[in-house]
Design a binder for this molecule. Structure first.
Ligand SMILES: Nc1ncnc2c1ncn2[C@@H]1O[C@H](COP(=O)(O)OP(=O)(O)OP(=O)(O)O)[C@@H](O)[C@H]1O
Ligand SMILES: [Mg+2]
Length: 308
């Protein structure tokens, strides 16, 4: 165990140093007793705004807080199944992780608890008036023009904060990044987030969104914070090229195949791309973790040389 721990830390000195500075490493003070509340009484549910794989998301009036919010109702069975992977590890639930995060580029969580009638966990968030980054990319939205570096800088700032707080997101992708009408980036969906500690990073299930999974996840090797940086790299590649660096795939077999072939040259999609930008994108999606940006701050520093 100790050997394993020292190997793990040795391989990621920077990330580990960043966390020890924050002094938390995903270790949370004892949980408060879980709030049980009748969601139907507390909230006036409006439009359903999202059907995630694990949840139903609504815009709602929160009668307790007296404001409009975003209400995420988690599927009780699927959540329990996911959490059971971490049995005995004292993993904080999604709501608890979210509520401790306070950063401009991370959606603000206001409350969390369990529906007293159905047992469904719920999370109450600020309602982000804006659009998903996936939508901006797919529709070639004008908001992206001249703002790619700006948005990526904000995402990197949010990830830097998250990592220094001792957590990994594990599902960074354009669908889980929103951009407000004022152009502020908000990272959402901490459904797969875990504390960055060795016992949580053991090789295991391939968790995340297929096209954004780092090779070490696909190979079922041990993982670290750099999986979020790979996913951020794929996101950056998509923002600049409107395409994925490897053929889109949902099948594990195809994903394993990707990992043995180099990514597509971004100039296939944007022939006039500047050298600095091309080099930045390729480094961000390096298949070897050691060849990638090692921290969100490294990513952000390199970003400053990128030309749109
Ligand atoms: N705070 C928010 N404000 C506005 N819209 C939100 C907010 N949180 C989530 N959404 C919307 O709801 C969708 C689903 O939310 P989220 O990603 O958290 O759920 P999920 O079940 O984990 O989803 P998935 O499986 O699709 O990743 C988002 O893609 C987004 O469109
Ligand atoms: Mg999501």
């Amino acid at each position: 165990m100790f050997q394993w721990l020292s190997r793990l830390l040795g391989g990621k000195k920077k990330a580990a140093a960043a966390i020890s500075k924050s002094g938390r490493g995903g270790v949370l003070p004892p949980s408060k007793p879980l709030l049980k509340e009748d969601v139907d009484k507390r909230f006036d549910k409006g439009n359903r705004i999202g059907q995630g794989s694990m949840s139903k998301v609504f815009k709602a009036l929160d009668r307790k807080l007296g404001r409009n919010v975003c209400l995420k109702l988690l599927d009780e069975k699927k959540t329990a199944h996911f959490e059971s992977r971490f049995k005995g590890l004292n993993k904080p639930p999604e709501g608890e992780i979210c509520q401790r995060l306070r950063h401009d580029n991370i959606v603000q969580t206001l409350d969390y608890g369990v529906h007293s009638k159905t047992g469904e966990p719920f999370i109450v968030m600020e309602f982000v008036e804006g659009m998903g980054l996936n939508f901006l990319i797919e529709t070639k939205n004008k908001k992206l023009e001249g703002n790619r570096v700006n948005f990526l800088r904000q995402i990197a700032n949010g990830i830097d904060y998250l990592h220094k707080s001792g957590f990994m997101h594990r599902d960074i992708c354009p669908r889980n990044i929103m951009v407000t009408n004022e152009g502020v980036v908000k990272i959402i969906d901490f459904g797969l987030a875990i504390p960055f500690r060795p016992e949580f990073c053991r090789p295991g299930n391939r968790t995340g969104t297929p096209n954004y999974l780092a090779p070490e996840i696909i190979r079922r090797s041990s993982t670290d914070l750099r999986v979020d940086l790979f996913a951020l790299g794929v996101t950056a590649y998509e923002m600049f090229t409107q395409s994925l660096p490897w053929e889109s795939s949902q099948s594990m077999q195809a994903l394993i195949g990707h990992m043995n072939s180099p990514p597509k040259d971004p100039r296939e999609f944007v022939p006039g791309m500047k050298d600095e930008t091309r080099a930045f994108l390729l480094k961000a999606i390096e298949r070897q973790p050691s060849g990638r940006f090692q921290t969100a701050l490294d990513f952000r520093e390199a970003l400053e040389k990128v030309l749109e």
